[in-house]
Design a protein around this ligand. Structure first.
Ligand SMILES: [Zn+2]
Length: 278
């Protein structure tokens, strides 16, 4: 089955992972900007990272006929440095019209601090001014419910934002409802050790239905599995769910959500093959 991984950090993966994903049916991925494993020292460090995301990762994905999309921001961890964050936010518009840039993300909260909230709100303002979509990280370190509640409240307070253009990631059993009830999209992150397992994701689809829901692997620096979405497909099949429902979660929904971005120049897999054969 063709699928899209809507949240995966390919900068932290080797080229062989692109090949494996392509062999497993992945046709596209979206890579939000995040932490580099260390705090960057200057705005130029971020500019170079954004060049890597918008130029080199697209090329690396293309070697395996995968389509790579990305998002720009300073992540919640480094947002504790308000001065640097403001410099990065001022620089982001340089990249918003680059091919494949879908919006602002992954912004959010890490330890639910005041500085993180200040920078989260300034990112929301940037997104509203440039009419960008938003991808959100919800915390795992401190209280996830409290952090998600704070994020949802801040989003709802900004009347300029269209909730159908916001994806809130890393939802779990205790946070999914408040995200969906406000009309946002929700992403379940499948991790081998924490966050959500494929079977728990299937449980949540059985409880809440398939609308505005996606699954992703995150695939970052820690123990994570870039092929977690195929594991989810297998878990859905084991429970007897129809292929059309599985496809909606892993392919149709990401296409529907991303299509709201002006830079989602996606070529569906059959058309991509036809182009190569022409
Ligand atoms: Zn992430």
């Amino acid at each position: 089955m063709y699928y899209i991984d809507p949240h995966i950090h390919m900068v932290s993966r080797v080229t062989d992972d692109y090949e494996t994903l392509a062999k497993m049916g992945c046709v596209a991925m979206s890579e939000p900007a995040f932490w580099a494993g260390f705090d960057r020292g200057s705005v130029d460090g971020f500019r170079d990272y954004f060049r890597q995301l918008t130029q080199f990762e697209q090329k690396r994905a293309g070697w395996y006929h995968l389509q790579h999309f990305t998002w720009m921001c300073i992540n919640a961890k480094e947002a504790e440095n308000v001065k640097l964050s403001r410099e990065v936010i001022a620089m982001i518009p340089e990249f918003l019209d680059q091919p494949g840039v879908l919006g602002i993300g992954e912004i959010g909260l890490n330890k639910n601090t005041k500085n993180e909230s200040i920078i989260f709100l300034e990112h929301l303002d940037l997104a509203a001014k440039y009419k960008e979509q938003i991808l959100i990280h919800t915390p795992h370190l401190e209280d996830k419910y409290k952090g998600t509640r704070m994020i949802v409240d801040m989003l709802c307070d900004d009347r300029r934002l269209d909730h159908r253009r916001v994806l809130v990631d890393h939802v779990e059993e205790h946070t999914i409802r408040l995200v969906l009830e406000e009309g946002f999209w929700a992403g379940m992150t499948l991790y081998p050790t924490s966050k959500c397992t494929p079977d728990r994701a299937v449980d949540m689809i059985e409880l809440y239905g398939p609308e505005r829901l996606m699954v992703n692997s995150a695939g970052d620096w820690g123990p994570s599995k870039p092929t977690a979405v195929p594991d989810f497909i297998m878990a859905m099949r084991r429970r007897g769910h129809p292929e059309s429902l599985i496809r909606k979660i892993v392919y149709d929904n990401p296409v529907e959500f991303f299509s709201q971005s002006r830079n989602f120049n996606f070529t569906p897999p059959d058309a991509e093959v036809a182009t190569r054969e022409a």
